[in-house]
Design a protein around this ligand. Structure first.
Ligand code: FAD
Ligand code: FMN
Length: 593
């Protein structure tokens, strides 16, 4: 579409919700994909008899609400197993679910994570709000099951799983299986839930529909050759420090080759990286617990020396509640037991202790097998992709801040960022693509975009600007960046200046927090530019926020709400409601961590 093309008028009956869904669906798609969708729709239109009946539909809907992909992965597997069992199934992202359909569902499996402080993933916000509202229908014909994904280190453990499960019951729906709640180690809960819930669905289905008579729907596209469980060893093409030597923290620009992997990504996606724990930390832990690194440990059918378990299969840098519990028991520590009961004390403990700090502070008699069982499995780390395939071909670029700090009298490292910082240009990194369908450029290149990305939060916006330049998008691009000092950590400064010159970037605003007496952050810039920002938003601009979840995303959200209220003449409640609406329909998207 170009600037002179008029907007298409929607036909009667195609409501706002459907139009929003449609816009969301086509956002960021390639022309070939858009043509395919147009052809598919035309084919559907020519076969009215093939449309599903509006009445109750006897099929299993698997709905997921996910921020970083865990719930999506479990839901995909659930749907694939249901399909393999001959059940008619469809898999739906919560953000793409037409809530109107809930009233006609018969079988529903929900996998949802909890974010923020007991909040839904952005994608599931609309579904959760609808469910909680008075508009939610009574559901006497619905059979359902919920799996909540969370982290028991947070005070509001699994708040969303619990809320969805309770509300569905309140609306009269029947539990097929009890609510399952997965902690950081997801599989031990997700696997039995999947098996149990599927067995119940099959039983119920046998009453409703003879299984053999239904034609299974295709749920999963063919899996790429390389994925999370089979990562691609990507050759490192470049690994450069992009901050001055005075900067408080090392930040790396990393370029990897995906040639021959078949891996494809779109701006907005993240790259998953599997790392090994620092060898120095493995040895320190073995020494602290007086354990033999060569001792063979067998767990879950895998046998290898303890040193190998610690280096590549167990989390050594992230503390979690189950480990605190295990240490409290093994060390018979009443102090730790008391901490476990006190959410404030737990928060403080988790904030600045790594497992080794805890194990040192509470000595106990550990054997190799007990230690491996107590530590949680290692998880790959995600990094926002900082390149557009259109600009870099079969490469992928990252912007990585290296975690490195002092605590309890010892240096502490971030496991993955250290691993990446140390990887040589002749080595490889084990990677996979983690898609993020919610964090996409508008399909309509004429739309303006506002990108707020302090620190490494700027990474996906490098990809966005590259992509818009490649596509010749006519919409304007506004970047708001922040860091500590302009002279030390203005990430990609030269590239932004070039982009301004080339007309690929139309506005750049910066906030360097420590370059003046008063602290200045991106939210201050937003307030200063409030009138203009509202102007862009009123003209249909899309809004993106990436970076720190704990403080920045919240402060930016508050500033945006203020701006919408002040310049849009709305009450604070109406401004919040409008932002929520934009979050739901994808016009306001966040990628925060
Ligand atoms: C969708 C997504 C996108 C992301 N994109 C990026 C990106 O583009 N660039 C990027 O750099 N990161 C990004 N991250 C974060 C990244 O995934 C890792 O979390 C980060 O690199 C730290 O991992 P690590 O293994 O190095 O540290 P870990 O080993 O996980 O951290 C060690 C521990 O130290 C603690 N800790 C860290 N700093 C301190 C401190 N100063 N004082 C006390 N304790 C501390 C942490 O709480 C943690 O418990 C992203 C995360 C997500 C979910
Ligand atoms: C910023 C942030 C906030 C979180 N807040 C909570 C929380 O309040 N309660 C909880 O149980 N889990 C919380 N979690 C943990 C996630 O629910 C957990 O990591 C889950 O596996 C993520 O699944 P997803 O990738 O599908 O979003 C939080 C995680 C992050 C990154």
């Amino acid at each position: 579409m170009n600037a002179t093309q008029p907007a298409l008028a929607a036909p009667p009956g195609l409501g706002e919700e459907r139009q929003a869904l449609l816009r969301q669906l086509v956002d960021g798609l390639e022309p070939a994909q858009l043509y395919w969708i147009a052809a598919y729709a035309a084919q559907q239109a020519s076969q009215p008899a093939a449309r599903p009946a509006a009445a109750s539909v006897t099929r299993l809907t698997v709905l997921y609400g996910s921020q970083t992909g865990n719930a999506r992965r479990v839901a995909e597997r659930f749907a694939a197993e249901a399909e393999a069992a001959g059940l008619p199934v469809r898999l739906v992202r919560a953000g793409a679910y037409a809530t109107r359909e809930l009233a006609s569902e018969r079988y529903l499996a929900v996998v949802v994570s909890t974010q923020g402080e007991g909040e839904p993933p952005d994608d599931a916000r609309g579904f959760v709000e609808f469910l909680a509202s008075r508009r939610a229908p009574k559901l006497p014909n619905l059979h359902y099951t919920v799996l909540g994904l969370g982290d028991s280190s947070y005070p509001q453990f699994n708040a969303m799983g619990r809320a969805v499960d309770a509300r569905l019951a309140e609306l009269g729906a029947h539990r097929l299986a009890p609510l399952a709640e997965a902690d950081v180690d997801i599989e031990p809960v997700a696997v039995p839930w999947t098996e149990g819930a599927l067995a119940r669905v099959r039983d119920r289905f046998a009453h409703d529909v003879p299984v053999a008579s239904v034609t299974p729907l295709r749920v999963a596209a063919t899996r790429p050759q390389f994925h999370r469980d089979r990562p691609f060893p990507a050759p490192v093409l470049a690994n450069q420090r992009i901050v001055s030597r005075h900067a408080g923290r090392d930040v790396r620009h990393v370029e990897l080759s995906l040639e021959g992997s078949g891996l494809r990504y779109a701006p907005g996606d993240a790259l998953g990286v599997w790392h090994r724990n620092p060898a120095s930390l493995v040895e320190a832990l073995l020494a602290a617990l007086a354990l033999d690194g060569d001792a063979l440990v067998t767990l879950g059918g895998k046998a290898q020396p303890l040193r190998e378990w610690l280096a590549r299969d167990r989390e050594l840098t992230r503390l979690s509640r189950p480990l605190v519990q295990a240490v409290a028991e093994r060390a018979s520590s009443t102090a730790l037991r008391a901490t476990l009961e006190d959410s404030g004390a737990m928060k403080a403990l988790l904030a600045d202790h790594q497992p080794i700090d805890l194990l040192r502070a509470h000595p106990a008699d550990w054997d190799a097998a007990a230690l491996v069982a107590a530590l949680r499995p290692l998880t790959p780390r995600l990094y926002s992709i900082a390149s557009s395939p259109g600009a870099v071909g079969e490469e992928v670029h990252l912007t990585v801040a290296v975690v490195d700090y002092h605590a309890h009298g010892e240096p502490h490292l971030g496991a993955a960022s250290r691993w990446i910082a140390d990887v040589g240009e002749d080595a490889t990194l084990d990677v996979f693509i983690e898609p993020n369908e919610r964090f996409r450029l508008p399909a309509d290149g004429n739309r303006d975009v506002i990108m707020i990305g302090p620190g490494t939060g700027v990474a996906p916006f490098r990809a966005f600007v590259q992509e818009r330049q490649q596509a010749g998008a006519a919409g304007r691009n506004w970047l708001v960046f922040g860091n500590r000092h302009a002279a030390d950590d203005f990430l990609y400064q030269l590239e932004w200046q070039q982009a301004l010159k080339d007309g690929a970037l139309h506005r750049l605003d910066v906030a360097f927090s420590r370059d003046q007496a008063e602290k200045r952050y991106v939210q201050h810039v937003l307030r200063e530019r409030g009138a203009e920002l509202y102007d862009w938003l009123a003209g249909g601009a899309h809004l993106y926020v990436c970076g720190d979840a704990a403080q920045m995303a919240r402060d930016v959200h508050a500033a945006l709400a203020e701006i919408v209220a002040t310049y849009g003449g709305k009450t604070p409640e109406a401004a919040q409601a409008l932002l929520s609406e934009w979050l739901q329909d994808g016009r306001y998207a966040r990628d925060v961590y």
